[in-house]
Structure formats: C-alpha cells, structure tokens
Design a protein around this ligand. Structure first.
Ligand code: OAD
Length: 310
C-alpha cells in the first residue's frame, strides 16, 4: 500500500516527472519480460520456478558463489538459457532513454544482465549494472579476465569454460596429466553435459581454473561503482525515484529506496505492489502500458511498438 503522501495519482506522477531533473531509475527483470525473457520470481513463468529438476534447496543457489565453487555444473546447466540473446528492447527501456534525452536521468540502477538499456540508448555513464553482466568473465582460480562473449560457444555447447591462462601455465610446466576421470567426476559431468562424448579438454577438472561470467552471484560484492556513485554523487542530487519491474527482494539494491532521503518522492511501477516498502505512488500493471500512458500524458512522442514481435 502506498504511504500517506501528498502524491498519489497518475497525474501526480506526471507532474513529478515534469518537474524533476535528477531521476534515479531502479529496474529489474520485469522490464524485459515482454520480450519473452523470464523474470526470476513470478510463479510459473519465472526462472526460479523452472529449476525444480536441479533438486536444490533454494533455486537461488544457482547464483550462489559457494555453490559455484563446489559445483559449477549447476550454474552452467542453466547459463545457456540466460545468455543475452536479443538486441530488441521494450517500451520501458525506451522510456528510460527518453528520460535521459530530456536531461532528467541521473542514474539507472539496473539489476538486469541483458544489457538492453544500452541497446535502447541509455548512455553507459548513466547506467550501473548492479549485478554485473556477461560482458566479461573471470577465472575463479587465477583471476584472469577476458571478454565474456569468448566463453559463449562453450556455454552453448554445454561445456564448462576453462581458463586459457591456467591451461597455458599448465602446458608451460610440462602439461597436466591427461584427463582420467574418476567414477565420481563421470557422474557429476553427466549432470551438465548433453553430449557425453564431447571431451575436448586435455585437463582434469580440478587442475585448470574455471571461468565465471562477471554477473554478481549471491555472496559476492557488487561492483565498486554501485556504492561509490550512490553515496558520492546521487544521494545529494536525486529529486525523484522511479522503481520498475523488480520485486525488491535482493539486498543491497532493495535498500536503495529506504536509504535515500525520505522527502524524495518515490514511484513504484510493477504488476503487484510490494508489502515491505511503502511508495508514494504505486502504478500497478504492465510496465510497458504504464510508461506509454505516462508518455502520452507528458506529451512525449512515443513511437516504440507496444510489444515487439518475435
Ligand atoms: P523478480 O523476478 O524478483 O521480480 C520481477 C518483478 O517484475 C515481479 O514483481 C513481477 O511481478 C514484475 N513484472 C514482471 N513482468 C512485468 C511486466 N511486464 N510489467 C510489470 N511488472 C512485471 O526480478 P528482480 O527483482 O529483477 O540476481 O530480481 C532481482 C535479482 O534476483 C536479480 O537481479 C537476480 C535474482 O536473483 C542475481 O541473479 C544475482
């Protein structure tokens, strides 16, 4: 339920957007679902409701750094399904770019890893990818970093990407023993490899480091830029907060709203209201529909097709 506030209507939201010059946009998976990209927690359609076959206590373990270190096969069994795979963006992404074009966007804090904000025209210096991205990948053993796209072919082929630097070091040291998998490893491998005969890695799994995309897992720190920008730049400048398409269940991003000065008006746009945070204005419904109506009332020409065809 929205808090008692002098703002409460759609018309108030329009006025606030009109007056504001430094808007923080906080976004989540809900802004991409109209492209067929699943969110995480919607019952039935969200990624987490589709992971029962993995037999985890909690589906969020797929993105848990300790679980990844113990058994990367779990993450890599779903990674292929969450790789950024489209350049199309939604009316909501376009709306964020339009706020920027009109000199109103302070920062877009996005929890999404699909990079579609950039495709829609949000400049990189206005975007904080709070949960990282597939743009780069890092070896969990030696820290070697490489372009994220380089490991996409292996991910798509149901293989676990290994670190080229570790492999080089092993080669220089005279080579690691050829893979002689124990029964245990055979069993583990079967959980992720669609093609059991595909075995082009020379090295034993424990020997060469494993590459992990630089998306922020549970148990990992957010990119430094996140808190630096929020505390050193945005907190004193922000004049309006708009939260779109996120259940606000994951800290520290979910804490941004209550951490900002309480006199700053806050608008929530999503399918359902959240009960743990009170906003000034809740605009509930499909976010593409809500932002299109906001643009209509703002008299901002909005040419983006409603739901891009796929
Ligand atoms: P969630 O799946 O938790 O929340 C998405 C919200 O958007 C839900 O409340 C939906 O009802 C709503 N929604 C979905 N489609 C919508 C639409 N078309 N219009 C309006 N609302 C819509 O996703 P996030 O809040 O983004 O982190 O999840 C936060 C983090 O949890 C993710 O970044 C991910 C996950 O674990 C990591 O993996 C590290």
């Amino acid at each position: 339920r929205a808090k008692l506030s002098k703002y409460n209507s759609l018309e108030d939201a329009v006025d606030l957007i009109q007056q504001s010059k430094n808007i923080i946009l906080l976004t989540g998976a809900g802004i991409s679902t109209s492209l067929g990209i699943p969110d995480f927690r919607s019952k039935g359609t969200g990624l987490y409701s589709k992971l029962e076959h993995l037999g985890l206590n909690d589906p969020q373990e797929v993105f848990d750094i300790d679980v990844f270190r113990q058994d990367p096969t779990i993450f890599y069994s779903v990674a292929k399904d969450i790789l950024p795979s489209t350049d199309r963006y939604t009316p909501t992404h376009k709306f964020i770019a339009m706020l920027n074009e009109r000199g109103k966007l302070l920062t877009n804090y996005s929890q999404n890893i699909d990079n579609l904000e950039v495709k829609a025209g949000v400049p990189k210096d206005k975007l904080i990818q709070c949960h990282g991205s597939f743009g780069t990948a890092t070896c969990i053993q030696c820290g070697f970093k490489m372009e994220g796209e380089k490991i996409f072919p292996e991910i798509k082929a149901d293989k676990i990407p290994r670190c080229p630097r570790c492999i080089q070091t092993l080669r220089a040291a005279g080579g690691a023993p050829k893979r002689k998998r124990s029964a245990g490893l055979e069993k583990k491998r079967r959980r992720w490899s669609a093609d059991e005969s595909s075995d082009d890695s020379e090295y034993d799994m424990p020997t060469a480091g494993i590459m992990k995309p630089d998306i922020t897992f549970f148990g990992e720190a957010l990119p430094d830029e996140f808190s630096r920008r929020l505390t050193e730049n945005d907190r004193d400048k922000v004049d309006l907060v708009i939260v779109i398409g996120t259940s606000l269940k994951v800290t520290p991003v979910s804490e941004i709203v209550s951490w900002l000065p309480s006199h700053i008006p806050q608008i929530y746009i999503s399918r359902q209201a959240v009960s743990h945070i009170n906003f000034d204005i809740d605009l509930l419904g499909d976010c593409d529909v809500v932002v299109t109506e906001l643009c209509r009332r703002l008299s901002w020409p909005f040419k983006h097709e409603m739901v891009p065809k796929g």
